[in-house]
Write a protein that binds this ligand. Structure first.
Ligand code: UDP
Ligand code: MG
Length: 316
């Protein structure tokens, strides 16, 4: 088999504290892989600057000047991890045989790359990095993440358990991914939809080498929520289910109201009426909120806005 030209893709948002060490580790890893003829000597490391506010782009530009293995993409403004990653992958698609995406904070153990290439050699077009134990994550993060994968499973969304965005994709898989024009990106749900031959490699997830997580709880929750509403129509079906439930409930209440009236204790119904008004209003509002969520998605999909805009490409 031909030695693959590998493009590593790393989205970076305010990662000036990590970049140098990440670059050095990747350089060493790439050298070893090139020397052992596992990857082509024209392989690249693509840093995508996701509209950082610190020195990230300056540092990337410096690395490009110093070392021809580095390619820098500067996005015009912050578009979030998923969009930045896609920008990098879509750039890599036109040059590489294989892309490997990972975080710029080196939380993903670099040795996973060996496993990826081995699986690629066996004819897999997509190889998912699967986190072994999540020792280095906080208990809270571990628990919520596990719950997320379970809930998604119940909602009928095909996800690879514990696989995040550290994965290998062949050019063929990338070409296919480029045919998904959706705006609400949830890559770990989209990649399994491609359906090419795939496998998994387990790896350890380390602590972030420097700086702090760009995924605070708020962003994490909104990401999970995006995952649910971009991939599952079950919540909207549940509205119908609740509708039926309320209808049946209202029949029972009607019978009850008639009985109370027959007995003659009419004024007593006040508490009950107030309760039911509030209950129904609450359910209606939840339903409307859910429908609104989907209408919002339809709205943004129909706008067909570009998902990213590469302001500048720098390479040698
Ligand atoms: N990131 C990005 N844009 C953002 C937020 C994050 O490109 O708006 C990048 C970030 O630089 C890192 C990766 O996405 O390379 C994962 O983010 P982080 O490590 O903060 O998330 P965590 O590992 O804590 O879930
Ligand atoms: Mg991280």
């Amino acid at each position: 088999m031909k030695i693959p030209k590998v493009y590593f893709v790393l989205p970076c948002y305010n990662e000036s504290l990590c970049l140098k060490e990440t670059y050095e580790s990747l350089r060493i890893k790439a050298d070893i892989l090139i020397q052992s003829k596992k990857i082509d000597k024209n392989s690249k490391v693509v840093f995508v600057d996701d509209g950082s506010k610190d020195d990230t782009w300056k540092m990337i530009a410096g690395l490009v000047d110093k070392d021809s293995i580095v390619v820098g993409l500067k996005l015009a403004h912050n578009v979030g991890h998923q969009n930045a990653l896609l920008a990098g992958l879509m750039y890599a698609k036109d040059y590489c045989d294989v892309s490997i995406s990972m975080d710029a904070d080196l939380q993903d153990d670099l040795d996973v790359v060996d496993g990826f290439l081995k699986e690629y050699g066996k004819g897999n077009e997509i190889v998912y990095g699967v986190r072994g134990d999540r020792k280095t994550d906080t208990k809270f993060k571990r628990y919520t993440a596990q719950m997320f994968y379970k809930i998604m499973g119940h909602l009928g969304v095909e996800l690879v358990y514990n696989a995040a965005d550290c994965r290998l994709m062949s050019k063929k898989a990338l070409d296919e991914l480029s045919n998904y024009p959706e705006v609400n990106l949830f890559l770990r749900g989209m990649v399994p939809l491609i359906g090419l031959k795939s496998s998994t490699v387990e790896y350890e997830r380390n602590k972030r080498i420097a700086g702090e997580s760009k995924y605070p709880l708020k962003k994490m929750l909104s990401f999970a929520w995006d995952g649910v509403t971009s991939f599952s129509v079950r919540p909207i079906k549940m509205v119908l289910f609740f509708g039926f439930l309320v209808f049946i409930l209202s029949l029972i209440i009607m019978i009850y109201a008639l009985v109370v009236r027959a007995v003659g204790r009419v004024v007593d119904g006040w508490t009950f009426i107030v309760c039911s008004i509030w209950l129904v209003a609450g359910i209606q509002m939840i339903s409307l909120g859910l429908i609104g969520e989907y209408i919002g998605k339809i709205y943004s999909e129909t706008k067909r806005r570009p998902r990213f805009f590469v302001e500048e490409v720098r390479r040698r």
